[in-house]
Ligand binder design. Structure first.
Ligand code: AMP
Length: 144
């Protein structure tokens, strides 16, 4: 059986996603793996920001929607016991940024929900599907 060393939780704040977060935390504890948290920002306007930009969680801006996202991310990551250096907020396309961060950070397991904000009408949501297709490591889609 694989011994995962670095698990990436891709989180989108949809209803029921605490189940996905708890699963990632439990797996990280079981494998004594590092756990990282990623939210890809794709639902607020971000002027003059290129896709793929990593947003600094420590630097305050006067852009309220962004600060609200940062606060939400920090609170959730804190509750999951994920240290600041393993928290990521990236502007871009969710499936692409999840796959690319996993490669850059040498993640060996990505944990996603089977469905998030983008649709309960299909068997597997589009982000989950895209990550499964393009990831170079294992992917766990937690059934929601
Ligand atoms: P979807 O396929 O978009 O319905 O979402 C399925 C899962 O993909 C969610 O439960 C999350 O784990 C992940 N996901 C979707 N959108 C994002 C996002 N913007 N940032 C991080 N993870 C996401």
């Amino acid at each position: 059986m694989s011994n995962y060393k670095h698990i990436l939780l891709a989180y989108d704040y949809a209803q029921n996603n605490e189940k996905v977060a708890q699963k990632a935390r439990t797996l990280a504890d079981q494998y004594q793996a590092k756990l990282s948290f990623l939210h890809v920002l794709d639902d607020i306007a971000m002027a003059d920001t290129a896709y793929g930009t990593v947003l600094d969680l420590t630097q305050k801006t006067d852009y309220r929607p962004l600060e609200e996202h940062k606060a939400k991310l920090s609170a959730l990551a804190e509750s999951l016991n994920i240290p600041p250096e393993q928290r990521w907020l990236i502007w871009g396309n969710p499936k692409q940024e999840i796959v690319e961060l996993a490669i850059r950070q040498q993640v060996d397991l990505i944990v996603v929900g089977s469905h998030g904000r983008h649709g309960l009408a299909v068997l597997l949501g589009s982000t989950a599907n895209g990550v499964l297709h393009y990831a170079t490591c294992d992917v766990l889609a937690v059934r929601l």
